[in-house]
Write a protein that binds this ligand. Structure first.
Ligand SMILES: Cc1cc2nc3c(=O)[nH]c(=O)nc-3n(C[C@H](O)[C@H](O)[C@H](O)COP(=O)(O)OP(=O)(O)OC[C@H]3O[C@@H](n4cnc5c(N)ncnc54)[C@H](O)[C@@H]3O)c2cc1C
Length: 416
């Protein structure tokens, strides 16, 4: 830090809604839809040009298995990837999808559900009064604009709104604060004819698997259309830190070209680089300290909660935070995520849904995948709506009613 400056402005209120959702990734889109389906006027504020978060912008393009294909996530599979839809919800699927189709699907979904999306609107500040959020301010194509609502849901992945509003939080490993590394995802396409591998200047030469950034080959090619989805780059750092991101973006792109060059010489001699994500993917940044913090013990014990809002059996999956090539993968048998892990102690009308919920470093490595974030978002949208109906704080939302509304929205939980 190089000192401080004062910055204060009168900002016009651009729009008012019942619920404002900030961040249009898996959690945010699900939250917006479920609040709208509960009869509320919803505004969704997204800093980029697209919805889907890491799943589109970051080209993640594959849904990890969580053992419960339910609610809004199940609807996406049924509408877009019917061939993967399991007859029962308590199943595991790993569908690979087109990020372009998902982006289009989510745009259309918001229109059909009556959610107003504000693209290119980057949250910059919160207006807090007496422990309640009154408005959020975003940097838009028309400068700074405020968005007012009765309830807010922070789905930025980084708890950006919550932190700005004064909610306590932590980052990374409890021992040293290091987060999981970032990865720039890309896609290659089979052309059916030999291609000449090219390594642009400044990009690393990888000859062996051991040389690769993750020390392994990790890709998916399961839809039979010659699309190879590659998750093989790795850059140490925290994606919510300016200097780490400045270093990560060019370094990750250098690695992309190096990995492409490697793959073209090792089994994929007919494939070209066809798509690089618009930004380096960020796995882990900030976790709020909510009313309950999901722990490693909870997930290894398969803990169940009365106020369950999502269920998963996705493994503990920690890409080495310290710059090494290792990945710590450990199976888990299945556990619940409680509503309280989305509720902040400090702000009565703000929930945090998605990967930034209250969880330890190890617990978040399991709950962070997209289907779980869709489930958390869906529950958050309904909870925000109930808080309006009951004129209560989010911590006092009646759980039986929350569950009843979620059931009406086709959410099913596995009975342990
Ligand atoms: C490289 C990588 C590989 C992964 N692999 C898989 C996988 O194979 N399968 C899987 O299911 N999951 C995978 N994940 C995890 C998963 O993609 C994410 O954890 C998940 O997308 C998180 O969802 P979210 O809604 O919490 O946040 P995000 O997906 O991060 O979405 C946050 C949204 O908020 C927006 N936003 C952020 N800040 C602001 C702001 N200030 N103002 C307005 N909008 C803002 C962002 O633009 C984005 O749209 C992977 C993640 C990464 C990074």
């Amino acid at each position: 830090m190089q000192g401080r400056v004062q910055f204060s402005r009168d900002v016009p209120v651009y729009a008012k809604a019942d619920v404002v959702v900030i961040g249009g990734g898996p959690a945010g889109t699900a939250a917006a839809v479920s609040a709208a389906r509960s009869g509320k006027k919803v505004h969704l504020i997204e800093k980029s040009a697209q919805l889907g978060g890491m799943g589109t912008l970051g080209n993640v393009s594959v849904f990890m298995p969580i053992g419960n294909v339910t609610g809004f996530y199940r609807e996406i599979i049924a509408d877009m990837l019917e061939q993967y839809l399991p007859p029962q919800h308590d199943s595991s699927i790993i569908p690979q999808y087109s990020p372009f189709l998902l982006r289009h699907y989510l745009n259309e979904k918001m229109r059909k559900e009556g959610v107003d999306v504000f693209y290119h609107s980057d949250f910059v500040g919160s207006v807090v009064d007496g422990g309640r959020l009154k408005a959020v301010v975003a940097s838009t194509r028309e400068g700074l604009q405020a968005f007012e609502a009765q309830q807010f849901i922070d789905c930025t992945g980084d708890a950006r709104v919550a932190i700005d509003a004064g909610v306590s939080y932590s980052s990374g490993r409890e021992s040293d604060g290091l987060t999981q590394p970032m990865t720039l995802m890309f896609t290659m396409q089979d052309t059916g004819k030999s291609v000449v591998p090219i390594l642009p200047e400044g990009c690393p030469l990888y000859n062996d698997v051991d040389d690769l950034p993750q020390g392994r080959r990790l890709y998916w090619e399961q839809n039979g259309d010659g699309t190879l989805l590659v998750n093989m780059t790795r850059v140490k750092g925290n994606g919510a830190k300016i200097s780490d991101v400045n270093r990560a973006e060019p370094e990750a792109l250098r690695q992309v070209f190096g990995v492409v060059h490697y793959l073209q010489r090792n089994g994929f001699g007919t494939y070209i680089l066809s798509h690089v994500a618009g930004q380096t993917g960020v796995r882990e940044t900030n976790q709020i300290r909510g009313l309950y913090t999901l722990s490693e013990k909870d997930i290894s014990d398969g803990r169940r909660f009365e106020d369950v809002v999502a269920q998963t059996n996705y493994e503990i999956d920690i890409h080495s935070p310290d710059g090494g090539k290792a990945t710590d993968e450990r199976p888990v048998s299945g556990y619940d995520i409680p509503y309280r892990s989305m509720v902040s102690a400090e702000i009565a009308n703000l929930l945090v849904a998605g990967r930034a919920i209250s969880a330890t470093h190890v617990a978040m490595s399991s709950m962070r995948v997209q289907p779980t974030c869709y489930a958390l978002g869906q529950a958050a949208g309904v909870a925000a709506s109930l808080a309006i109906d009951h004129q209560c704080g989010l911590r006092d939302v009646p759980i039986a009613e929350l569950h009843a509304w979620l059931q009406l929205q086709h959410v099913s939980y596995i009975k342990p």
